[in-house]
Structure formats: C-alpha cells, structure tokens
Design a protein around this ligand. Structure first.
Ligand code: SF4
Length: 217
C-alpha cells in the first residue's frame, strides 16, 4: 500500500494550500495546547470550516476563556458570538453544559481519556480523538467525513462509516502517521478531494485507484 508515499506528497502540497493556515491542529497550538480551549474549539469545529472556527474561537476567548467565564455569559450573548458556526444554538448549549461539568465533576480539569471525554455533551469519537491526538499526544486517528471519504477513494479501506474507517485505518497506516492523517487529509479534502473531486489538479492522481475521477474541473 502506498500510504507513506501519498502522505509525503500531501505534506509537501499542504504548505501551498490556504487551508493550512487554520487547521484545528494549528488553532490548538496557537492556544498553547490548553485543554479547555482545545476542547471548545474541537466542539465548535464540527461541520464548520476551520477558518470560521478559528476566527470565532478567537473572539470567544477574548471574552470568555474559562468554564467560569463561559457560564457567566447568557445564551443570547453566546449565540450572537457563535452565529457563524454551524448549529450554533445547539453548540451554545453544549459548551455551557461542558463548562458546568468541568467545574462540578472534574474540578476544572479536562479528562484525558476517551471514555470520559465522550460522556461530555457534543463530544463524539472524532472530537475526542482530535483532543487526544493534539493535546495529549496519544497515537489515535481522528476520522471525519474527509478522512473517511478519501481513505475509501484511495482504496486504503472499504468501509461504510467513519467508525469502521477508523478501525480499518489502524491496520493499514503505520503508527507514526496516525496523529498526522487528519491534518493532511482534511486539508486535502477541503481543497481538492472534496465531495466532487478536482482530479485534474490532484497531486496524487497517478496513485489513486478511484474509478469515478472527475476531470471536468
Ligand atoms: S484523483 Fe481524484 S479521487 Fe483520487 S485522490 Fe485525487 S482528487 Fe481524490
């Protein structure tokens, strides 16, 4: 399997894409890997462009950068701030509930294991794995729709949903690449291998076995 060769190419190309400026990994780094902020950004980032998550998180943290400060804001104030984020009303409820739980149950600490993280509102497998791989440096693969779609197109897996994809990727991706897969495939999925792929400008065209390539772009 050509996993390492493909990821090497995507890694080089990544530097040229505007999407590399606001990945969730970079956002977390900018905020010094702070677990609370990282958790909130990961929750806000689901189904939202990373550039929007980055901009809105920055505005949010200027006003409220701790569970206590988030709880001090009204729902209306938070909704106004988070409006550009997908499903912002639901996410306002999530981040307030998370803040309350972090204070009451965890005394201000953020859980550092999968089992506890996914008990938090708005935290699914992908959000938990984003946090574990970027903040706690665990070797896990965070699989979202981009990683799922591209892994199938490249023939690395043959799966029907992100959970199956994650399980299969652990078998075919060398362990030292687990934490980076999300970074490069998400950016690649946003720029080139999107739902309607731009195969005519794809840097890994020759290595891709996908039978329905789109050359019309
Ligand atoms: S050739 Fe097309 S389908 Fe294959 S990886 Fe590139 S963009 Fe995606």
């Amino acid at each position: 399997m050509n996993v390492e060769e493909i990821l090497d190419i995507l890694k080089r190309e990544f530097e040229k894409w505007p999407e590399n400026k606001a990945t969730i990994k970079k956002m977390i780094k900018v905020h010094n890997n702070e677990p609370f902020k990282s958790l909130i950004m990961a929750v806000l980032s689901t189904q939202t462009k990373d550039s929007i998550t980055s901009e809105i998180s920055k505005k949010l943290f200027e006003i409220a950068d701790s569970p206590q400060r988030i709880l001090a804001l009204t729902d209306q104030e938070l909704e106004k701030l988070l409006k550009p984020i997908s499903f912002y009303k639901r996410k306002v409820k999530y981040i307030k509930e998370i803040s309350k739980i972090i204070i009451e149950k965890y005394k201000g600490d953020i859980p550092n294991n999968y089992e506890e993280l996914i008990k938090l509102p708005g935290v699914g497998r992908k959000v938990a794995n984003v946090l574990l791989s970027n903040v706690y440096k665990d070797d896990v693969i965070a699989v979202d729709t981009h990683v799922h779609r591209i892994s199938n197109r490249l023939g690395w897996v043959k799966t029907k949903n992100p959970l199956q994809t994650e399980k299969e990727l652990y078998k075919v991706i060398p362990k030292h690449l687990w934490r980076d897969i999300n970074l490069y495939l998400v950016a690649f999925g946003q720029v080139i291998c999107s739902y309607k792929p731009k195969c005519s400008i794809c840097p890994i065209y020759q290595l891709c076995p996908y039978p329905n390539k789109n050359l019309s772009f």
